[in-house]
Structure formats: structure tokens, C-alpha cells
Ligand binder design. Structure first.
Ligand SMILES: [Zn+2]
Length: 496
């Protein structure tokens, strides 16, 4: 190995170490830390973040990257240089003061948003959001002054994504989902849901989590489940991935699908080739690809009739009293019902993309300057009425429901819908060689996992996202697989 590559590896390992420490602190904050411990953690995080920044952004690193680019001897080394250079450029394009001011702005905006949401007071959050939008416009101009500012951010979360492609994607979804939903509502086909809300014993809910983790093949020596307010996944490295869930005493389904979803993220994070350990290439690629795996395990496996039929005896064993008068068919229909609602995180598979589409259209307009923050709540409510047919009663259940914009994440939402669409296409393609339904009906996820590992997991970030999407999907991305899946599934479910 050339000296420059050895030096690069040393740098990557140091960056990894800082990131590891910061991730453990974040995970600890969400799962175990006492309530009033934030100040000390923030002080420590600031030191570690600064050290990480200084390690990456300096003239020595710039020179090392240039030399290593010439001396890379194989695909992995070249990819390490490329990925690190991308991180370097992304930070370097934005002036250091702007970077620090933005971090401080979002630190203030997040608690302001939480308070505004609690008290249904959009006006209290609006000044922060105005500053965030202005900062994101300024920063986009620093990164690429010749490009549409919103597209700069789209590209950051899902590399290679353009506004034109995103517009086309959502137009396709809208054309399928809106009429399908109207048909379902016209049909008025009643789905029995009365049994969903009742007391579900906590020990049985925990046993169900363990069962799903075992079925997913999440090795307890490397993946552990904790509890937090909002479920999430944190991959420290391939050999230590943490997932969380939130138990609700009156709702068993919520935990079931949180574990199924986060378990999908964990499989992806834990599935990188060991050769990528402690380099910038380890772990999952873009947000859209990550969501493709979590949604694949949550919906395409976890909500499928084949898998649920396999799980049904376990469910009735764990919850004999709760499921006493419920048939499998009723349970299957209840967890797959389509119902327009107000809250994205509680949305079903069919209406979910419409929630994302509302956010996509509004954040695009904000960043492009065609919508003001003051106009945002009314625009939000109008789109919910138009796409989902629901009246938004207040901003708490409307424009204030998500944390993303307070964190400065604008251009992030489309990835959620794209992930579902990647997964639909991957499943269609996998079915040409695997008898997926028979395997799920037998509770055997190994063939599916092996195929996903071959197509996606093992590569980590060693290939460009667009290449990985094609590899996962078995061809060029085409949203028709997703709309086809939704049409088939809901036509059958509601006998349309
Ligand atoms: Zn997720």
C-alpha cells in the first residue's frame, strides 16, 4: 500500500473514532441520559465536533487527498478518496462562520419548534424558519451558484436527484394514489379496527420485538434494541448497531412495525463488507437507499399476507385474550387499511406518499422564494384538503408536526417516498428468481437477505448512489413498480 493511502486510512480511522463517540453520545441522550444532562453533553459534543472538523478541513488533508487520488491502486481506495473529497468539498464550500452560525440557529430552532408545536403557536416558530430558509438559500448559492437552490439540497440527500425527476415521480404517484383512495372511500368497505386499541400486555409486546429481531436475523451479539420517544437506528459500526422502539400500552401494531422498520435499517448498516470497516465507505449510502431497506422489511415483508400468516400463530400465542375474537383476515386487513389522516408518521402505505408530496411541494416553494413562511400554514392546510381530503384542525396537527425543517433539513422528505419506490422495484425484480412468498410463508428470510446483501448491503458507500439504486432495483429506476404494487395491493384488499 502506498504511503499516501496508509496516511488516508489513518485519517479515516481518526474521523471514525470522533464520529463513534458523537454517535454514542447522541444515542445515550435519546435512550438513557437523565433529563437535565444536555448542557454537559453539548459542551463535550462541541469539542469533539470541532476536533473532527479540524482534522478533516486543513491544507494537509487537501494535499493528501490530491496525492492519494493519483496513487489509489484499486476501486476501494479510489472510492475512499472520492467520498472523503466529497465530504471535504461540501464543508469547504460554505464559509466557516456560516457553518457555525447555522449550527447555533438549529440548536435554538429545535426547542422553539417543540414549544410551538406543544402550544399550537406557529407564529413563535416562524422567525426561526425564516432564518433557516434564508440560510439554506445562501448556502445553496455557495455550493453551486448556477443551480436551482432547492435542487442543490435535493442532490445532497439523494445524490443525482433533480427537480425534474422528482416532479415526474410525484406526478406519477399522484395519478395513481389519489383516484385509488377516492375509489376506496366511495366503496366504503368497512375494515374492522375495534380490536386495535385495547390493553396489550407489555411483556408480550417485548417478546414480539425479540421474535421479529430473531426472524430478521439480527444477531443479538451485534444489534441491540432500546427504547426512545421516536424510534431510530444508530449504526456505530458494522459490529454494533442500535435500534430503538416506543412501546404503547394500547397499541401493539406500532411497536411491531417500528421494530420491523428499524430492523431493516440495522440489517443494511450491519451488512457492509468487513473490508470497509473504519473507512468512510462503511454503512448505508443515501437516505433513500436506507429507507428502501427499512420499508422493504416493514411493508413488503412485515405487512405481506404471506409473512403475517406465518406470524399469526405467534401473535395469537402472545396475545390470546386480545386476539380471541379476531380472524387472520381481519388482522391482515386492519394493519393494511388505507385511511387519509393528518399525521405523516401514522400514515398507511397508500397515503404516505401524499404526505411526503405536500412537504416536497412546500419546501421547494419556500427555498425557491415563491412561498413565504407566513403563507405556509394556509398552503399546508389547502394541500391536505386537496390531496388527502382532510381538514387540518390546528398547526400542531399540521405544519408543525415534523422536526425536519427545524433541523434545517429541506430536500430530505422526498427520500422517504423514493425509498418505498426503490423497494417495490427491487421486490418485483427479486421475484423473477426467488419464490419470495413461499419463503416468507415459511418464515425464512435468508434468501431475500442474501440477495439484498449481494445487490446493496455489502457495497456500503463504495459505489455511487445511482449505481447502487440500479443494482438494488435490477435496472433503471422506474416508479411504475411502486404504483403497480399499490394498485394491485389495494384493489385486492378493498375488492375494487
Ligand atoms: Zn427509517
Amino acid at each position: 500500500m502506498k504511503d499516501s493511502i496508509a496516511a488516508l486510512r489513518g485519517l479515516e480511522k481518526q474521523l471514525y473514532a470522533y464520529q463513534y463517540a458523537l454517535s454514542v453520545m447522541e444515542f445515550d441522550e435519546a435512550t438513557a441520559a437523565p433529563a437535565d444532562s444536555a448542557d454537559g453533553r453539548a459542551a463535550a459534543a462541541e469539542v469533539l465536533s470541532r476536533a473532527r472538523f479540524d482534522l478533516l478541513i486543513n491544507d494537509d488533508t487537501a494535499a493528501l487527498l490530491a496525492l492519494a487520488a493519483e496513487e489509489a491502486e484499486d476501486g476501494q481506495q479510489a472510492a475512499e478518496v472520492r467520498e472523503l473529497q466529497r465530504q471535504y468539498d461540501e464543508i469547504c464550500n460554505i464559509p466557516a462562520e456560516e457553518y457555525a452560525a447555522f449550527a447555533s440557529l438549529t440548536q435554538q430552532a429545535i426547542p422553539a419548534w417543540a414549544k410551538a408545536k406543544r402550544s399550537n403557536d406557529f407564529a413563535a416558530f416562524a422567525p426561526y424558519l425564516e432564518k433557516i430558509v434564508a440560510a439554506r438559500r445562501r448556502q445553496a448559492a455557495c455550493i453551486d451558484p448556477n443551480r436551482n437552490p432547492y435542487e442543490v439540497w435535493l442532490d445532497r440527500y439523494e445524490r443525482g436527484l433533480t427537480i425534474a425527476r422528482c416532479d415526474e415521480f410525484f406526478a406519477t404517484l399522484r395519478k395513481t394514489i389519489v383516484p385509488l383512495l377516492a375509489e376506496i372511500q366511495k366503496r366504503g368497505c368497512p375494515v374492522r379496527t375495534d380490536f386495535l386499541e385495547q390493553d396489550w400486555p407489555m411483556d408480550a409486546q417485548r417478546a414480539l420485538s425479540a421474535n421479529i429481531m430473531e426472524l430478521w436475523g439480527l444477531d443479538a451479539a451485534h444489534v441491540v434494541l432500546s427504547e426512545s420517544e421516536h424510534p431510530f437506528t444508530s449504526g456505530f459500526w458494522r459490529g454494533d448497531v442500535r435500534i430503538t422502539t416506543h412501546y404503547m400500552p394500547r397499541d401493539m401494531v406500532s411497536n411491531l412495525y417500528s421494530v420491523a422498520h428499524e430492523g431493516g435499517h440495522a440489517l443494511y448498516d450491519a451488512g457492509s463488507d468487513p473490508a470497509l470497516d473504519f473507512t468512510v465507505l462503511s454503512g448505508g449510502s443515501t437516505m433513500g437507499l436506507h429507507e428502501s431497506q427499512s420499508r422493504l422489511f416493514e411493508n413488503y415483508v412485515g405487512r405481506s399476507a404471506a409473512f403475517l400468516r406465518y406470524l399469526w400463530p405467534t401473535l395469537t400465542d402472545l396475545f390470546p385474550a386480545q386476539l380471541a375474537g379476531v380472524t387472520f383476515e381481519e388482522f391482515y386487513r386492519a394493519v393494511n387499511r388505507a385511511e387519509p389522516g393528518l399525521i405523516r408518521t401514522e400514515a398507511d402505505e397508500l397515503t404516505y406518499a401524499l404526505h411526503v408530496m405536500v412537504r416536497y411541494e412546500l419546501e421547494k416553494a419556500l427555498i425557491q422564494g415563491t412561498l413565504t413562511v407566513a403563507e405556509l400554514p394556509a398552503a399546508w392546510n389547502a394541500k391536505y384538503k386537496e390531496y388527502l381530503g382532510v381538514e387540518v384542525p390546528d398547526d400542531t396537527h399540521g405544519v408543525l408536526q415534523d422536526i425536519h425543517w427545524a433541523c434545517g433539513d429541506m430536500g430530505y422528505f422526498p427520500s422517504y417516498a423514493l425509498g418505498s419506490a426503490y423497494a417495490a422495484q427491487a421486490m418485483d425484480d427479486l421475484r423473477t428468481t426467488l419464490d419470495v412468498d413461499a419463503q416468507l410463508a415459511a418464515g425464512d428470510l435468508r434468501p431475500l437477505k442474501n440477495a439484498l446483501s449481494d445487490r446493496l448491503w455489502k457495497y456500503g458507500q463504495s459505489r455511487e448512489p445511482q449505481w447502487l439504486v440500479q443494482s438494488l432495483c435490477g435496472g433503471a429506476f422506474d416508479a411504475a413498480h411502486y404504483t403497480g404494487y399499490l394498485t394491485r395491493k389495494y384493489t385486492e384488499l378493498y375488492e375494487l
